[in-house]
Structure formats: C-alpha cells, structure tokens
Design a protein. Sequence first.
Length: 129
Amino acid sequence: MLLGKFQFFQGYSIVVAKDHIRELNDLTLAKRHAYFDEMCLVAKAIQEVFNPLKINYELLGNQVPHLHWHLFPRYQTDPETLKPAWIRLDRAEKSPEEQAFCIQGTISPQKTAYLLRSHLEKLGANKYE
C-alpha cells in the first residue's frame, strides 16, 4: 500500500500488485484472491480510521501499466460528491493552487500513513507480506 499524493481525499491509498502484471485476469487464482483480500483490508483500515461516507475503487492502468487500485475515500464535505475523484486531480495537475489545496489533508501525510499502517497491523496485514 502506498499513500496517495492527494490527501484532499483523506486516506487516499494505492494498492500495488507485487508481481509486475498489467491485467487483473493475468494473476493466478490464488494471487488474485490474495490481492483482493489485501485491497479489502486496506479499505477496512481506511473506513475504520477515517470513517468516510464511501470509498471509490478505481483500477485503470492507462498511464502506469502495472496492476494497482486507487482507493478514494469520499466524505460528506466533498463539494463534488457526484463526480469522479479524477476530475479534481486533473485540475490539481494543471493548477499549482489547486495542487497545493489537494495535497493537504486534515492531518499530515506522515500521520495519515502512520495511522493506516498501525491499523493495518492490528487487522493482521503482516500476513500479506
């Protein structure tokens, strides 16, 4: 799990496959199940630590052809709840002011990462190493 750059979506994380593979269906059945289990564990940690209204799951790979999921926690305070997170992130990539706004969460990225990793340990994430 990596903490995403844009913590406007507090707890935004990326779950990267350990094997270099482009498509989900190219994983063996056992590895696919383990990958989904790990992703669900990260989502559970986000839910329990930050209590978002909803988590959006995105598997694209158009820019980085390595299997990875983006987990975007969405909150009641999000002014664009009916729009995909990518719209705001696209604006952030084009505007330094928007980027500065979107990088900041309600707590520091270091504290966010610490909280998630600590909670993942409590949930038994070390079995996926």
